[in-house]
Structure formats: C-alpha cells, structure tokens
Design a protein around this ligand. Sequence first.
Ligand code: ADP
Ligand code: ZN
Ligand code: ZN
Length: 740
Amino acid sequence: MVAEVSFPISSYQTFSYKVPDHLASKIAVGMRVKVPLGNRKVNGIVVGINKSSSFKGKIRKIDDLIDDQRVLNDNLWSLIKWLAEYYNSPLGIAAKAVLPSNLSTKYKPKVEVLVKVLPAKEIKSAIGRAQKTVYDYLKNLETYVPIKALSHLCSSPINICKKLAEKEMVSLIEKPIVPDLSEFAFKPKNKKIILTQAQNVALEKMTSSMDKNKFNPFLLHGVTGSGKTEIYIEAARHAIELDKTVIMLLPEISLTPQIAGRFRSAFGDDVALWHSKLSQGGRAWTWKQICEGKFKVVIGARSAIFAPLKNVGLIVVDEEQESSYKQESPNPRYHARDVALMRGKLDNASVILASATPSMESYYNYLNGKYKYIHLKERFGGAKYPKVHVVDMIKESEETAVYGDIFSRLLLEKIEDRLSKKEQIILFHNRRGFAPILRCDDCGEVSMCPHCNIALTYHRSGKYLQCHFCNHTQNMIPSKCTSCQSYNINLSGTGTQKVEDELSNKFPNAIIKRLDADSVRSGINLTKTLQDFSDKKIDILLGTQMIAKGLDFANATLVGIINGDTGLFLPDFRSGEKVFQLIYQAAGRAGRGTIPGEVIIQTYSPDNPVIKCATELNVEKYYNICLEERKALMYPPFSWMVKIEIRGKNIKEVEKSINKIKNKMVNSPKGISILGPALCYREKLRDYYRMQLIIKSNKELDVNGAKLHKYYKSILSKDIEVQIPLKQRLVIDINPVSLL
Ligand code: ADP
Ligand code: ZN
Ligand code: ZN
C-alpha cells in the first residue's frame, strides 16, 4: 500500500510513501503522518492511498501516524485542490491556508464544572445547612447548571457541591469552555420569534432545497432590518434537524458578538467561533473538536469557510458584498464567497449570499438567472425607513462663514434633540486617527511614510505619526517642513479621534465611545462597547466601517455620516459601489425599532450620482447606473479579471520585468483585453515599487473564465518566470477586488 503525502511547502508535488503493515488498517486520507523528507523528519498529510505507485525510484516508509483521526475530509481536500488550481497557488500553500498552523498543540481549554441532583436519594440527616440550601435549590432544576451560578446561595459552592457529590447526592461534570466564545458573544437573549409571511416564504425555499440534498445558490436581498438573521437561524435549525451542519460567514469581527449571541441562544453549545483573535492553541483545539463532530455550527470570518465540518447543508455569507472576504495576501488570494459556492457544490449545500446591498457580481448573477433570488422589501414589524437629510457642506460653510467644520448645524441640532429624548446616536466616519495628514502650508509638502508612498496619519492619543498601511510609526512630530524649512506646518483633515474630541467639547454630558481599529485592541473591549451600547449605557457610538453594517440596536434613532465622500474619488472602478454600499448600510442602522429613525449625510458632492442614489436609498437605480458603466468599459461583472503585479525595490527593474510580460501578450484571443502596464495607485508599499497589468476577458465569449485562465497561464509559462529577477516578486491575483 502506498500513500501520497503533501507538505505545507511551496510545491505542487505530492510524494509517495510505503504504508507499513501495522498502519494499513488505520491510515486514511486526511490524516497527518510523520515521514522522512531528505534527511529530516517532517509532518505531512495523506492525500491519497493506492495499491501501488507508478514512481520508479526508491520509496521510503511512513514512520508513524500523528493523530488517530482525520484532520481533513475528502470534500475539504477537493476544495484545497480547487483552491490551488483556481487561484494559481502551490498545493502545499493552499493546504497551509486551510489548516491551523500547529495541530499538535497541548492546549486545553478552561473547563466549567456543572452540577445536577441525582435521583431518589434521601437527604442524610448529617448534612449541613449550606449543603441543604444548595441541594434544595438544585432539586427544583432538572438540568446541569454551572456551579458558578450557585454563588448567590453560599460562599463556596464548589466545596459544597464536592461534599454533596461524595455523598452521591449530586453528580459533577466538567465541560470545556469554547475558546473566546464568551468573550465574543452577547449574553443569550430569549426572544420569541415567529417568522413573518415574507420570512417564511424565504425560509421555505431554503429548506426545500436542503431537503432535496441539492446545491443551490441564493441571493437573499433584504433591506436592512428585514429580519435576515432570523431566517438564517431557522434555516440552520432545519439543517441541524436533517443532521447537517452550518457555516455562517461574517465579514467583520465587530459583527461577531451580536450574531454569535443570537445563534447561541438558539443552539447553545453546538456553536463554535472561528476568527482571527483566536489563539493558535484555541484554533487547533477547535479544529479537532469540529473534526470529531462536536459542533454543528461554525461562525466566523473568511477562513471559517474551511471549517472541517462534515455534511455541510447550509452556508450563509452575510454582507456578501464585503471586500474583506477576499484574502489579499498571502497566497492563495481567494474570495470566501467563491469558495463558499464551490464548497456548497461539493457538499450539496444551500448557499445563501445575503445583503441589503449585494455586490455587483451577485446582482448580475441573479439577473442572469444563476442565483435564486429572494427579495425582502420591508423592514420587520413595519419599522419605517429612516428619513434622510443631505447637508451640502459647501453651502454650509458659505452660510456659517466657517470652512472645514466637522459638524453641520443640522447634525448638531439633531444630536441635541435625540440626547434630550434619551435616544441613541451612531456617528460614522471612515477614517481613523486624529488628523489624516501633516501639511506645510507654504509649500504643500505632506509628511509621508518612508516605506510607502502614503501620507502618515497623526494620532493624538500617543502623539505620533503612523502609516496605516505598514504601521511605520514616527514618534517625533517634525516642527518644520523638511522641504522648505517653514514652521508653518499644520494638521489637516479629520479622523475619528478628532471627531471624538469635538464631540465631547460640544456635548460634555453625553457618554461617547469610539470603535475603530485603534480602540479595539481586544475582543473584550469590542464586545463590551457593543453590549453597553445595546444596554443603553452609551449615548453616542462613533466609529469607522466597523459599525456601519449588520448591527442591530433598537434605540438608535439617529445616524450621522460625517463625510459621505470618503473614498469616492479613489481611482478604482469599484470605489463608487463601495461608497454607495457603505452609506446605505450605515443609514440602515437608524430606526430599527419602533421609533422612526433619521439619517444625516454630510457631503461636499451632493450632485454626485453615487451620493444622490445613496441618499435616496435607491438600490435599483444605482445598480442600473453602475452596471451600465461597467458594461461600457467591460469591467467585472461583465468580464473576468486577472491582475499581474511586479514588486521590487528598483523601479527601473520593475518596469523592465513588467514590460517583458506585456511583450508576450501579442495576438491575444478575441474577447481578451489588456490594461497597462502602469504604476499602481499605491505605487510604493513597504519599500517595494509596484506595477500592474490587468487582463480582462469578456464573459460573453468566456462563460466560465476558462479562456482567461488558459491565457494568463500561457503568458506566465516557466520561461518568463525565470526571467523575473529573484529580488522581485510576481503577484497574480485572480478576480482582484481592488486595483489600488
Ligand atoms: P437584518 O439581518 O435583515 O438586518 P435582523 O434579523 O437583525 O435584520 O432583524 C431586525 C430586528 O427585527 C431584530 O431585532 C430581530 O430580532 C427582529 N425580528 C426580525 N424578525 C422577527 C420576527 N419574525 N419576530 C420577532 N422579531 C423579529
Ligand atoms: Zn514646506
Ligand atoms: Zn508605510
């Protein structure tokens, strides 16, 4: 018997090893093994088992199995192979992206001790008073309860329970505390949910698809507050009843506490969390527990799509338009939405792509009949759409004769009003730090990151300048201009810290909290702030895109968007789409309960079609405009796209390399067109200059993208790769989400 073994190294190859007799009955695809490689012993994964091997050379023997269970199942292995092929990534690297880095962990989660009364035991007369109190309390409960929950009865419930256990009056069990779950989940709430007619219709489509064991992709387009999350929960319940499992993807860690809390209320300990803040040990432990079938639902960020669940019946991609689903680096540069569809196909699952503002890709796929479309047009419980006010900030500054004020008069007035009514306010500003830039008012010189061609951002909390790309930090704030030596250098622009400062000046009695990447160092902080806001302990929640979507606070009735234009003029074909989605989503946080909400959008470009449609909350109108534009320029979703990028420290050399590639692109097939080469918008990052070539392939002539794949692979055949100097890097990005 011969096993094919793969290693997490940059190679497409797998290696053959003989299986010793004593392992033959145990070994299976997906198990980890220890094998000799060169003169080292390394860990690999069995990816195939055959009677014999076609390999002619000497075949070495497997030393041992590392664990006695599989860490990958067949479908997950197929998914890795697809990942490697589709995203042009070595197989070992693709496997590495999927598996936790160190599965042989000694990590043991903390345990919680639970107690339950044993039946039909007479109370011994010698039992002390505290013991009797605890015993009587437990007798009325039929289930196991955490010992912690008895602390109101006596000072040391654990000792009391141990004594009762010795007398065989109660039984004690230990239960592992799922890593980080309590940190990342709201307290479970038991809310009575009876789905509405519209929700039921949507649910019915999903459940009947699950009943048939068929792969089906759905686009669930439901306005903000239409009750999508309640549908996911009921669909998940159905999957579990069918003995299937569920993956729930979230785009942003800030959404985890609420959604995880809601799922926990419904499914208790069947829910696991999978996200970036999990420790390595916690990750490995969770992975193995999932392999053993301990969880039915996995909730997490993009890599949760690889959770080793068996028999997945339902995959939900919440806020499916979010670009955070795309892994930008390292390889494989995958999009979790596309992986979800592929996994759904392999597992015969229903895949729900859900949003109030679908991506252009998904909207297009629905228009073309590729996805089943479910539209929820109304908010739950007849909650009204918020009323939107647009403030033209240019007019505002003319009228007030002050230029660059953060808050318009209308916004201040509305904040004042809501504060006095004890209602809550969400302010959204998509730029962190204090002031984005330090500029010389005499010559215009801006303080830049020495490693990236990006302006440094001033942070007031520690008084430092920081690059938001590479985190380069400069503690000395220059007192004069490095270019013209003038002392006339000033902070300009506005970040969330500055908004926070002004806000506390204007409303000294309000309780204000800021949520952005700087304020959220730990999960506890995040969960606490969101929980406090939910419990009405905070008046104004201020934050970046972190708070723009998905969150549900019934008492938040005013949303202010400080600068609706942020990001609007970035030279990327998706910048309009992103700004539209962000404004629409942020507006959707207002008035989700019974009190009608209001939204104030401040803008310097009220006539821009993106801003106009967003302020009208008109999805269809904007999407039609946007699709027209994309079509005229043959951009996605009308084409498939590949980005070829060269990075290097010497810009002349980079240019030379990219031109070599470009020169191979003669006589490209019909339907394929090439843009560039050009410097990327962020032309220098982490000391590397960047140039890119974009290849587009018209979908009408290339239905599944196969033509484009064949084409770029032929261009990048071995000989050209060899010509790219070792010092440079070649980055290939399939269906990139950003061209910046
Ligand atoms: P979405 O995910 O579409 O933004 P949510 O699922 O968060 O919407 O629903 C908005 C609010 O309405 C939530 O507080 C939710 O619990 C509530 N809700 C939705 N559907 C129902 C229902 N059928 N019964 C009771 N409450 C519901
Ligand atoms: Zn100057
Ligand atoms: Zn930098």
